[in-house]
Structures are given as structure tokens and as C-alpha cells.
Design a protein around this ligand. Sequence first.
Ligand code: SAH
Length: 255
Amino acid sequence: MSGNYGKVYLVGSGPGDPELLTLKARRLIDSAEIIIYDQLPGKAILDSMPTSAEKIDVGKYAGNHTMTQAEINKVLVQKAKEGKTVVRLKGGDPYVFGRGGEEAEVLVAEGIEFEVVPGITSAIAVPAYAGIPVTHRESTSMVTFITGHEDPTKEESGLDWDTLAKFGGTIVILMGVKMLGRNAEELMKHGKAPDTPVAVIERGTRADQRVTVGTLANIAELAKERGVKAPAITVVGDVVRLHEILGEQRAGADF
Ligand code: SAH
């Protein structure tokens, strides 16, 4: 490990409500020399980055394509090797579908010191703000988190739909907007009841959060009608019924 290298903090920013940032994340953002970010943390948090830091948006187009993970890794390594204190800011938790694990591995391989700062994952907090506990004693004590993002041109899905359809617990799907219809169909095809409740929560915890509730049978159509867009979390299971009872909350209008 070189003494001249800077340290990299892989920081989770939580689901978007700026009050759900951890104290540690806030401190590191405020004192960072360089912040490498994408758009997932959301406007309120990105607007709160200090003017003193150099800010690099790796979610932006580079030339005529979005930056690949390899290019992002390169920027991280290059900046750390310049001896800078780098914050790699990521939505939610860095190690939940955030490719944070891959970035950490690259840093280790390059001999760069790093620290992970867990964040509140959208997978749990977004349903919570929509009045949906991911587990509930009376409906389920199991929950699984899956990525719904699969290449639509792929014939075979990488997910084990048979196991998922039989799984009695709550299924939380991240990155699932584009494939919502196909994922709902797969679950029904493998035996999950068409009237299973489903909620899609867009921009969860933020001031403009929106919840769409339906069933496996009609959620794709509802989402289309309402123009549902990413980022959104899909929750499949009986816990979705609690939305009616517990109600919604969101970030205050001040943010
Ligand atoms: N590491 C992140 C997830 C990154 S994958 C975390 O722990 O939350 C990106 C996906 O996260 C999005 O496609 C969406 O499914 C989900 N997501 C993140 N923030 C969200 C938000 N505020 N509202 C709804 N979905 C969100």
C-alpha cells in the first residue's frame, strides 16, 4: 500500500430523503476532496455536496456512451493515486445491487485503502415509506431481494422463477421497471396467484414519491397507464395490503 495514495470511501447515500443520510456519510461528503457520483442519490443530496469538492458525475455520457463500470473504476483508482480523499457516493447501500463490491475489489487489487459506509437501502426503506413493512408477523417472515433488470433479448432468464414463485415470502425487485410485465408473467407462469398484491414505488422517500398498487395480473398495465419510470421498487406479496392501513410518508417539502 502506497503512503502517497488517498483513501476511498464507498458511501451509501440512502434512498433519497436527505435526513436518511447517516452522520458518517454527511461528515465524509462535507470533507471530501473529490466526490464521484451518479444520479441515484437524488437531487436533494446531490445539491448538498460542498462547493469545495471536485465533483465527477460518472452517470453522465462519456463521448457517446454512458461510462462503463471499467471506466468508473479507472477514475476511482486514478483519483486515489493522486493522493486525494475520495468519496464514491452511491444510492442506498453500496453493497446492495450497487456494484460497490466490485469497486472495493479493484481498490484492494490496486493497493488503495478504502472504507465502506453502509447506507439505508432503498430495498427496505422505500417500501417502508410507502406503508409496506417487508416482513410482518401475520403475513410473512421471509423476504428476498432480486434484480428485475435482465436483457429483454435474452431467451432464458438468469433468475430461478420456479423457486421464486414457490417462495412464500415478500419479493422486493430492484431495477425492475422495464421488465415489470415479463417478471409478473414469469411468476404467474410458475404458479404464483394472479391476485397476489403488487406495489411499484417510484422515487421512494423523496418529495415526489408515487405508489401504484395492483396485482400480478394487472400491475404491468397499470404501470404503463401511469407512465411509471425508474428508479422504482416493486414489492410482491401480502405485505402490500398494509399500504392501505399504514399509509405513506415522504421527505418534507423543504427538501
Ligand atoms: N444500492 C442501491 C440500489 C442500486 S440499484 C440501494 O441499496 O438502494 C438501483 C435501483 O435501486 C433502482 O433501479 C431502483 O430499483 C432502486 N432505487 C434506489 N433508490 C430508489 C428510490 N428512491 N425509489 C425507488 N427505487 C429506488
